[in-house]
Design a protein around this ligand. Sequence first.
Ligand code: HEM
Length: 243
Amino acid sequence: MSTARITSKRRSPSYGWWLFAVLAVGTAAYSVPVYLTGNESQSKIPLNPDVALHYLILGIHALPGGLLLALGPIQFVPAWRNKYRKMHRVLGRVYMVSMVIASVAALFAATFSEDGFPAQVGFYILTAAWLYSMVQAYRTIRKGQVQLHRIWMIRNYALSFAAVVLRVFLLIGLALRSQLDWLSFEDVYTTSVWGSILISAGVAEWFIVQRTLKPLARSRKRPADAQEQTAGRGIGKEEPAAV
Ligand code: HEM
């Protein structure tokens, strides 16, 4: 199956796209506003009593975080990307700037977190992977390597989406905790943080293999060409495929 055929078959948003768009926008709408009211008692996580600016830092993190979460799904629709190229570029820059602000604030939020060392380590690693994937996405598109850019943006957005998965896991974990006396809040929180990172990153890799690498490999008649694709040389010159 050629890449062009994949592109033409999947141009409009799929049901899967609607599901993840609703979850992304819903999470942003549900979790961000309480950090914009100025009322610290509304914070959903314990604030560090030694850090006067903790609530403000959470707001500086959450606002751009919510914005990029909502923007992401728009960027992955091939029909909109191809038709409104300028909009794709503008929204891409807004996403990138939001991500940098959110990740710098995330480093402070992780440092001041009251939710335990294992969760803090998870947040640091997530921030590093988040920034790294964004740098790679930017570098590849500057070189005109569209497919590689797409792969890095899938990775990057999957890490953003870990914020959604985390909240779903927390809901499930807290429901379980109400039934299981021995389960502490810290257990639920730490497991949810690490679980959301691993699941989001794992699903992104599965998606990249299924939707990008396999079709590209199949579209090559000669094995030598397929190898070149996966090595990342030919891949940059391919037409953008559908998400
Ligand atoms: C993917 C990279 C991200 C990292 C590394 C990260 C990191 C953090 C950290 C360290 C905290 C403080 C948690 C604590 O003290 O226990 C936090 C809280 C928060 N983050 Fe993120 N975050 C990320 C993405 C996002 C996104 C995309 C959103 C968009 C909605 C978001 C929204 C929030 C909110 C609202 C809070 C306050 C806690 C709450 O009400 O749940 N984060 N984040």
